[in-house]
Design a protein around this ligand. Structure first.
Ligand code: NAD
Length: 246
């Protein structure tokens, strides 16, 4: 169900990306009137959305956008696409997220929601079955993307305080209109004739979530990111989970 608009100032970082755009659409769709976007490239042009162009790995860029937008709620979805070098992931995911946190603190932004990834707890070697938030990060991360997503997530959760409430969401695969990676990846597998190979027993499962539902989850997290709900920061063990259930 759709919550009513809060009429707070929202800034969606990475708001010209696949998920970021769906978050912008969901905010506008529920009647929010103060929606701004920060992205390294402007791919959308709406009259009712303010676009700031810049690079989150540069503190001055993201600090200017957060200050100018008067953001009360920052939703940070930016990340480089798959297949980039480790230095790019380090700069954008780790330094960039640190910059977002610092800029939020400087501008006294009360809420920060971060798009993490299910991959932060996946080593690439062992299946994850019924995993939840108590699972530790793997000792040896699968790759630079997942390593830097995990370190960015840890920074966001550790930054949680009464002044800046933070949380991180971990989607698995995301599908839907506007996808920039999954379908093109499937397409190139078909185009390159790679469908005749089978890896494993063909019984492995992988989670996918519709992009509209992932966007909705970000709005719910922002709405409930409040001292009265146990959403913010790190919780061990999770207070709302009855661990004795079978
Ligand atoms: P996307 O590439 O479509 O969107 C990311 C956006 O970030 C782009 O618009 C890009 O221009 C922007 N960006 C990249 N570098 C930037 C920089 N230095 N400064 C400012 N903006 C920058 O990707 P997506 O699929 O929408 O992913 C959104 C988030 O969800 C990412 O954090 C990703 O790690 C996470 N995620 C995605 C999936 C998936 O299946 N797509 C799964 C799990 C987690």
């Amino acid at each position: 169900s759709t919550s009513p608009p809060t009429h707070d100032n929202y800034l969606v970082i990475g708001g010209c990306g696949f998920l970021g755009r769906h978050i912008v659409d969901a905010l506008l769709g529920r009647g929010e009137t103060n929606v701004a976007v920060f992205d390294i490239v402007q791919r959308h042009f709406d009259e009712n959305v303010t676009f700031y162009t810049g690079d989150i790995s540069k503190l001055e860029d993201v600090a200017a956008a957060i200050a100018k937008s008067g953001a009360m709620i920052v939703i940070h979805t930016a990340s480089p696409p798959h297949g980039r070098g480790a230095a790019v992931y380090e700069a954008v995911n780790v330094t960039g997220t640190q910059n977002v946190i610092e800029a939020c603190r400087t501008a006294a932004v009360p809420k920060l929601v971060y798009t993490s990834s299910a991959g932060v707890v996946y080593s690439g070697k062992e299946d994850l079955i019924n995993a939840d938030e108590r699972l530790p990060y793997p000792a040896v991360p699968m790759d630079a993307y997942n390593d830097t997503k995990a370190r960015a997530e840890a920074l966001v959760l550790a930054a949680n305080s009464d002044d800046l409430l933070t949380c991180a969401l971990r989607p698995s695969g995301i599908f839907g209109p506007g996808d920039r990676q999954a379908i093109s990846g499937f397409h190139s597998v078909i185009k390159n004739g790679q469908t005749k190979f089978q890896i494993g027993s063909n019984e492995n499962l992988f989670d996918w979530t519709y992009v509209g539902n992932v966007a909705h989850a970000h709005l719910l997290a922002a709405d409930r990111l409040d001292q009265t709900y146990p959403v913010a920061g790190l919780h061990e063990p999770l207070p709302w989970v009855n661990l004795s259930l079978p």
